[in-house]
Design a binder for this molecule. Structure first.
Ligand code: URA
Length: 268
């Protein structure tokens, strides 16, 4: 029973990169893969080996042959990542088309997740006005505050899978109800697709999603726990919007991110 197993070491849960082998069978899918992975990735045409997947770094580049990519031998670029291009696109499409609850009637459209280079997931609450307009999570004032703080710690937004517990903006940014959270089961599907090794749960709604606790994010912020159910480490942090409401939350918010950054460094 995995629930009774002791927490594995960080090394043990850091598996090599794994892609859907069927997804990388032509230069075209290699291009889609590079595009989906983000601006650091591109297709490199090697005179001898043909098309390769390339990831650029500050100090050079890392390349994988198509056969390595197809076999899932994609480790070595300073991180772990795990996704299937095809399934990711499919899930995006399903989320955007969702009409499962009443929240869909008052928002512009459901806001799906943004993919990142690492299989590390940041989970906030629900889209606000700016996210509803743009179709991307955490792009408003709260997001700016979060990305600025993480940038100072040496991370980029594109490093992480960014998402919310609930995909549609609740009217007046109300906290989503338990019923809305349970109907909006997209995060469960994302978890199965990405299988994150590390999660940053931001705020009480994310805390409740992972632990069942209705509140208590202040006490949990700055801590990390192994969750056997998800086979992931979960770090807890204050929601960045809480700093916008109360400056005094700033220190605790910073403490949560520092702990998260400490964990990320162990994985990369
Ligand atoms: N607040 C959230 O919880 N998520 C967003 O995407 C934006 C604001």
């Amino acid at each position: 029973d995995i629930l009774s197993r002791p927490p594995p070491t960080v090394e043990a849960v850091t598996s090599p990169l794994r892609f859907d082998p069927g997804a990388i069978n032509s230069i075209e899918t290699c291009r889609i893969l590079a595009e989906t992975l983000g601006p650091d990735f591109r297709v490199y045409e090697d005179a001898e080996q043909g098309p390769m997947l390339e990831r650029s770094h500050a100090n050079g580049a890392h390349r994988w042959s198509m056969s390595d990519a197809a076999a899932g031998r994609l480790d070595g670029a300073g991180g772990v990542l795990q996704k299937s291009v095809v399934k990711t696109k499919e899930l995006h499409g399903q989320i955007v088309a969702c009409t499962k609850c009443e929240l869909r009637q008052s928002c512009k459209a459901p806001v799906p997740f943004d993919v990142g280079h690492l299989n590390i997931m940041l989970v906030a609450e629900a889209p606000g006005r700016d996210e509803d307009r743009s179709g991307h999570p955490l792009v408003g004032q709260a997001g700016d505050l979060l990305w600025h703080a993480l940038d100072q710690m040496g991370f980029k937004r594109s490093d992480f899978h960014v998402t919310n517990v609930v995909k549609c903006r609740p009217p007046k940014n109300a906290k989503p109800t338990a019923e809305q959270v349970s109907v909006c089961d997209w995060l469960d599907k994302e978890m199965r697709l990405v299988r994150p090794k590390l999660i940053l749960a931001l705020g009480n709604t994310a805390l409740q999603y992972f632990t069942g606790l209705e509140k208590g994010i202040m006490a949990k912020t700055g801590t990390t726990e192994w969750h056997p159910k998800h086979r992931a480490w979960i770090s807890y942090g204050m929601h960045p919007a809480s700093v916008l409401w109360h400056d005094s939350n700033d220190k605790l918010f910073g403490r949560g991110l520092e702990e998260f950054a400490r964990m990320v460094r162990q994985f990369c």
